[in-house]
Design a protein around this ligand. Sequence first.
Ligand SMILES: NC(=O)C[C@H](N)C(=O)O
Length: 310
Amino acid sequence: MLPVVVVHGGAGIVPRERSEKSTSGVCSAARAAYAILQGGGSSMDAVVEAVIQLEKNPTFNAGCGSVLNAKGDVEMDALVMDGKTLSSGAVSAVRYIANPIQLARLVMEETSHACLTAEGANQFAQAMGVPEIPQESLITEYSRMRWIKNLAPGANPVESQMGKMGTVGAVAVDSEGNISCATSTGGMLNKMEGRVGDTSCIGSGGYADNNLGAVSTTGAGEAIMKVTLARLILFHMERGQSVEAASDLGLAYMKSRVGGLGGVVTVDPQGHWAARFSSLQMVWAAAQKDTLHYGLYTGEHFTQSIDDQH
Ligand SMILES: NC(=O)C[C@H](N)C(=O)O
């Protein structure tokens, strides 16, 4: 069953014209992460590699392609967690960098803190030699178009966001049984400047514990934070539920208790995995035993050999 990696590209509704690019994006991220695991690499290296690929891909709401805040700027959140030590690192409302997930990892490895925000996160990036890039290189025509659309009187950015989310994340178990998670996002469309979402909050945007498993989440951030979705799912697994049942229980509770929709990828220490969502769609891919699994709609589950690129 080991190693295994599961990747998501956000819960919501993927517009038809973007579904192919979204699916191929998560599939190639899962392949790249799986190659690391097969080469004996760590689950942390694998999840970070998967997320870097998706941050670079303008199809997703993370890194390049991030949604814009109310002022038309990009502010990004990211989180990593190491299930062996329970160490975590996060950044929130960070600007002008290509790969917030790498900075989150540096927070975990190079500081005694769990999260750095806004200017402080950017100062840390500079100190670590992470190149600063112009904001324009993170903004796509699509994200600017959606920002403008949601500035119009009567627009409902929260509703519109439920349409197209696109946060990215990954969970993995390596051959040594070490478990990690990583999640990265541009956040919610037209959010207030300085808004920090679930993605950078340990227990909400993700959680990893070698004893229990790992979860990376996507969806309505404020709802996810209310129920600490990632840790809630692991709590159900702690009580004996399967990865699938625990994920569904967590998502159903979030929907009934606070009216939030979302999606998750989940693994347990044995390598069982699940990709579950309460939104209409969530693009996901998993790699295990040389097989690539992927899907977009509820109940959809395609498989192919990991070496088959088509
Ligand atoms: N697209 C998402 O998943 C949004 C993210 N959870 C946030 O609220 O920032």
